[in-house]
Design a protein around this ligand. Structure first.
Ligand code: ADP
Ligand code: ADP
Length: 238
């Protein structure tokens, strides 16, 4: 799924301009890091792509279609093809890994199956397959609160994979982790990009990791794109 941002602007009610004329295109399968100092607009951009925030100006196109003029069904399909992982994991701490991964199925389920947690054999099998893929097969029945930070992020990645995403949005996925664990998580994202052709769009303040793993770096400052190029082009500029 190609993502196009056209002249995105976002001004909050208090007058803060978080994004200004942000324009770029991300082809399917690219690993892109969005970097920039605190307050640059990274989270706002992320929330716009996530559908949690609407841009004030400009348009977001998915495979050439403007999300704001899509039908409800088309928009749902786009949302379903985007998986998200967060800095603070956003898991249900008292539930098991498996139960957390299965919550990714909730939007497809009827009300009663969802309430009673009846997921069906195939979904359980698929959830276990993804837990195995991220290296958590031993932990499927473990409550999330008993896991390390790195394991929690792996569980969150397994949950995102349940959506069979075309795009993974990763909001500072390594920021709550020590550097060694953080690198392992980003390496897992890199592997998902390579093997499954998933687009990875990651907010990051770790320039070293971003340069190592990304195909492309977009630099934001004060809501403006101040750099857009490959890691080696970035080195030449510094
Ligand atoms: P970053 O993720 O790069 O730190 P943000 O996107 O969170 O940047 O913020 C960009 C700017 O928008 C900052 O000046 C921030 O204070 C402001 N901002 C973010 N969210 C809101 C909001 N809901 N209301 C008002 N201002 C906001
Ligand atoms: P919709 O907008 O179609 O209702 P959402 O994307 O808002 O769907 O999320 C609905 C459900 O998807 C939530 O109940 C949650 O359990 C699950 N979910 C939320 N975030 C993620 C994620 N990053 N990856 C996978 N599943 C998620």
């Amino acid at each position: 799924m190609e993502i196009v941002l056209q002249n995105i602007g976002k001004q909050f009610k208090n007058g803060t301009r978080a994004l200004d004329h942000v324009t770029f295109t991300i082809p399917q399968g690219e690993f892109v890091s969005v970097i920039g100092p605190s307050g640059a607009g990274k989270t706002t951009l992320f929330r716009i792509l996530n559908g949690m925030e609407t841009p004030g100006d400009g348009a977001v196109l998915f495979d050439g279609s403007d999300i704001s003029s899509m039908s409800g069904t088309a928009r749902k399909n786009v949302k379903r093809s985007i998986g998200t992982i967060y800095q603070d994991f956003c898991l249900v701490e008292n539930s098991t890994c498996l139960a957390n991964v299965l919550t990714a199925c909730l939007p497809d389920m009827g009300f009663f199956p969802a309430v009673f947690g009846v997921y069906g054999k195939e979904r359980r099998a698929e959830a276990l397959k993804f837990l195995d893929r991220v290296g958590l097969s031993e932990k499927s029945e473990e409550p999330v609160k008993n896991l390390s930070g790195g394991q929690k992020q792996r569980a969150a990645i397994a949950r995102a994979l349940m959506r069979h995403p075309k795009v993974l949005l990763a909001d500072e996925p390594a920021a709550s982790l020590d550097p060694v664990t953080g690198r392992q998580i980003l390496t897992l994202l890199k592997e998902i990009q390579k093997k499954d052709g998933v687009t990875i769009l990651m907010n990051s303040h770790n320039l070293e990791f971003s340069q190592e793993l990304s195909d492309r770096i977009i630099g934001l400052k004060d809501g403006n794109v101040v750099f857009d190029g490959t890691p080696s082009e970035m080195n030449e500029e510094i």
